[in-house]
Design a protein around this ligand. Structure first.
Ligand SMILES: [Zn+2]
Length: 461
């Protein structure tokens, strides 16, 4: 039996496998993911894997098909049921599984679904995913007769989260799970935390009736901000659909972006580990890198992408890393994976031991003006070439820049970034300056570069 399978070419992505259920993704694809990933586990000498799923309506069927594919490779499968992606990662690390598959559409609309994978303790991404696709097409799979059993891990996960809570004074916190898969864990966790906790959208519901579970989009935080105001809370915390990304709102209902959250979390980590490396992606503010240096740490700017960051973190031994998108990774007393529930515990611990409010900590950071993430549509075949052209022009002009991911050009006024997205047909840009006139000049420099490569900037820029 060849058992070969062809995926829709759009679903094998850089960091995960993802598609629209019923259009580009079906149970047959899920089974092929199980077989292809399971084969990688078996050929690496593994025997047992964990499997989790989010609360989407299509997740039970897809998870059952993945389990079937994994078992057909001869693996023992521990099905942990519905929960956040970090709970699956926790299961793999804590119980010594040889890998894990999470069925999740993350922060995407309800009709999407997909798979995030972990081989051993490492992300399974990029070339691994491409190789899985090739193995599936060739029908080149391990074969055996494994079995599937269920394992309840939520209690252990919540207990482990709570073990690292170090607060002194009780806080009032509003939490918003956005009806995502963190809901049950959030309920169990807050029951055992000191303080007053107001829970929003805790019911896991694959239709996401309240709002889209993506805290990087401002309007998705409206309900949380409103509740922080009316409850006079110390802060608000939001999760994306599978809780590997966090959103934070201070006591004045102002949003803190990923780099600001990281700048504040860095205090505790550097107090314990002076001189440690703190990593952030290339989209992060200079304010963050300066703050890490001011606190005595070693700032490290790295490429965007949660799998890339996790891989580099393991290499450098950095105890903390983060991304603008809200992925926060702790590796000092945690396992080094992105876990928004754990990031929340550490943020609460920090705030509950300090006299200053989160708002005051935020205001103490140097202020900068910056653009949100700007996106220029650009074909897949063209986007990396554009970056090369920009680099060549900058070099010819004698400009200095970082090329760790795209180009990040620093001037006396601030910086601008242009990079090719790994997951979409867009060029992504961001600018930051000390004041508005400086920001306007940086934007002009950026626009001149994209125009010189024949790319039209968005009309609203
Ligand atoms: Zn996510």
């Amino acid at each position: 039996m060849t058992d070969s399978h062809r995926f829709d070419p759009t679903v094998l992505r850089e960091y995960d496998i993802r598609g629209v259920v019923g259009e580009t993704l079906a149970a047959a694809d899920a089974r092929a993911v199980g077989r292809g990933f399971g084969t990688a586990v078996v050929r690496g000498g593994g025997r047992k894997v964990a499997l989790g799923r989010d609360g989407r309506l299509s997740s039970p069927e897809l998870a059952a098909a993945v389990a079937d594919g994994l078992a057909a490779c001869g693996l023992e499968v521990a099905d942990i049921g519905v929960g956040p992606t970090p709970m699956l990662y926790f299961t793999v690390c804590e119980y010594g599984y040889d890998g894990g598959v999470m069925v999740t559409g993350s922060h995407n609309p309800a009709e999407y679904n997909g798979f995030k994978m972990m081989l051993g303790r490492k992300s399974f991404w990029g070339k691994d995913i491409q190789a899985l696709g090739r193995r599936a097409a060739a029908g080149d799979h391990a074969a055996g007769r494994g079995k599937v059993r269920t394992q309840a891990v939520m209690k252990a996960y919540v207990a482990r989260l709570l073990r690292d809570y170090r607060g002194d004074r009780p806080l009032t916190v509003v939490w918003d799970a956005g009806n995502g898969s963190a809901g049950d864990v959030m309920v169990a966790l807050t029951r055992q935390l000191p303080g007053r906790h107001i829970l929003l959208n805790a019911g896991i519901d694959g239709q996401f009736p309240a709002h889209h579970p993506d805290p990087t989009v401002e309007k998705n935080l409206d309900q949380l901000r409103e509740a922080v105001r009316t409850e006079r809370a110390d802060l608000g915390i939001a999760f994306d659909g599978d809780a590997d990304r966090i959103g934070v709102v201070d006591g004045q209902a102002r949003i803190l972006w990923g780099d600001q959250i990281l700048a504040i979390l860095a205090r505790d980590v550097l107090a314990e580990r002076p001189g440690a490396t703190i990593m952030a992606d290339v989209k992060a503010s200079q304010v963050l890198f300066d703050e890490v240096a001011r606190l005595g740490g070693q700032p490290l700017m790295w490429r965007t992408g949660h799998s890339i960051i996790k891989t580099k973190m393991a290499e450098t031994g950095a105890p903390l890393a983060g991304e603008m998108s809200g992925h926060i990774f702790f590796a000092d007393t945690w396992y080094g994976f992105d876990d928004a529930l754990y990031a929340a515990i550490r943020l609460l611990s920090l705030l509950a031991r300090r006299p200053e409010s989160l708002a005051a900590l935020r205001d103490a950071l140097p202020q900068a003006v910056n653009t949100p993430e700007l996106r220029f549509p650009c074909g897949d075949e063209r986007k990396f070439a554009v970056i090369d052209e920009v680099k060549a022009r900058l070099r010819a002009a004698g400009a200095s820049f970082s090329d760790v991911d795209g180009v990040r050009v620093a001037t006396a006024e601030g910086w601008w970034l242009l990079r090719a997205s790994n997951t979409q047909d867009v060029l992504v840009a961001r600018c930051e300056a000390r004041d508005e006139p400086g920001l306007a000049r940086l934007k002009d420099a950026l626009i001149a570069q994209v125009k010189a490569s024949g790319i039209a900037p968005p009309a609203d820029l």
